[in-house]
Ligand binder design. Structure first.
Ligand code: PLP
Length: 388
């Protein structure tokens, strides 16, 4: 991996991000790297590669290397790998578990992950155990009893905003030889650093806040230990199974990361204000957000998260499905769309998506809070809730 001049400089991450990882194009001095479209790279007359890190672009792409180096630095990890989507990253990690093995997954997390793991495990003769983390002792006991190969957490969880105790869970995992992985998509590496809390791996859907502009699919995995067996497997999966990011997407992602700290700062602050407003609103039953003192894991969240609590929150309005859909339908600024982490605020009625078989309350609206002016976001909810 090319040396990144800024990564070892002791600068704050905001400075690293603002420079897109630092460095400039050696040939032209350009401050922004070019999009690498070449798929193959020449050898010299002695059959040596002209560039030792460039052979074939399924693995060798200067933009990947630069972006991965920057994300690894943000996570406080050893190495990162980009994938074609968050799900492609999840697939590469969870294929670690061989037939006959056991995978323990936190229940009530991102529906796509749950659905994928149920199908993957059923097909491959992997025992899938789903367990909640709200009672830590019960979850720790589950690890000790089932001795899983991999434990999958999502912090904070989507859409319930549960905050698992990463420190205690990662410690128990290492005691039983389980690999621990945290999907920290909703937090971003600026707010939560699972590797520093003992997790082996951290992954993000880069589609969400990391890119932040709702215009690409991407995923990234970072390992605490560059030499672990699990990491060797994941790197090989990326290279051999080939779920790689397109070069243009890598370029867009690196460009977006330049503004990550600004976006996260604004989104944190907007979400803090909106959650406080909604929490005090008479037409609102409950607000699920770890930044609220009333959240059952607020103290735990405070001990793990820095600078804020993220831009994802769920709100349960008074009433049921009809009332929730009436509020969603009355919103003007919040767009009715799935996904999260973009500059524009989004609202989603998860029950409509997941259906009656899921545990989603019918009156729940999941919000992704964007970077608009906070007063406009609050005014939008004020007028929409007035319809109830
Ligand atoms: C969106 C999301 C994913 C899946 O990522 P894609 O990029 O859509 O494949 C995984 N985990 C969480 C928490 C997500 O929000």
């Amino acid at each position: 991996m090319p040396k990144m001049p800024l990564a070892d400089s002791g600068l704050h991450v905001d400075s690293l991000l603002a420079h897109g990882g630092g460095g400039h194009d050696a040939a032209t001095g350009a401050v922004v790297p070019p999009i690498q479209t070449a798929t193959t790279f020449v050898r010299d007359e002695n059959y040596e590669l002209v560039s030792a890190t460039h052979l074939y672009s399924r693995d060798d792409n200067a933009l990947y290397q630069k972006t991965e180096g920057l994300i690894a630095a943000l996570e406080g990890g050893a190495e990162s790998r980009l994938f074609a989507s968050g799900m492609a990253a999840i697939a590469a990690i969870t294929r670690l578990v061989r037939p006959g093995g056991t995978l323990l997954v936190q229940s009530g997390i991102y529906w796509g992950t749950t659905l994928f793991l149920r199908k993957l495990c059923a097909r491959n003769n992997v025992a899938l155990v789903e367990a909640g983390t709200s009672d830590l002792e019960v979850f720790l006991e589950e690890i000790s009893v089932t001795r899983p190969d991999l434990v999958w957490l999502e912090v904070p969880s989507n859409p319930f905003l549960q905050v698992a105790d990463i420190r205690s869970i990662a410690e128990r995992c290492s005691q039983v030889g389980a690999v621990s992985c945290v999907d920290a998509t909703a937090a971003t590496p600026l707010i939560l650093k699972p590797l520093a809390l003992g997790a082996d791996l951290v992954m993000h859907s880069a589609t969400k806040v990391l890119n932040g502009h709702s215009d690409l699919l991407g995923g990234v995995v970072t390992s605490r230990d560059a030499g672990s067996e699990a990491w060797a497997f994941i790197k090989e999966e990326r290279k051999l199974a080939g779920a790689v990011l397109g070069s243009f997407e890598a370029w867009l992602l690196l460009r977006s990361l330049r503004t990550l700290s600004l976006r996260v700062e604004r989104m944190n602050e907007n979400t803090r204000k909106l959650s406080t407003f909604l929490d005090a609103h008479p037409k609102v039953e409950t607000v699920l957000y770890p930044g609220l003192v009333s959240h059952p894991q607020h103290e735990l969240a405070k001990s793990m998260m820095t600078g804020g609590f993220g831009s994802l929150l769920s709100v349960q309005v008074n009433g049921g499905k009809e009332e929730a859909l009436r509020v969603a339908g009355a919103l003007d600024l919040f767009q009715r769309a799935t996904s999260l982490g973009g500059t524009e605020s989004l609202v989603e009625h998860r029950f409509t998506i997941e259906g009656a078989n899921s545990a989603i309350p019918q009156n729940l609206l999941r919000l992704s809070v964007g970077i608009e002016h906070s007063d406009d976001q609050i005014a939008d909810f004020d007028q929409a809730l007035a319809r109830l």
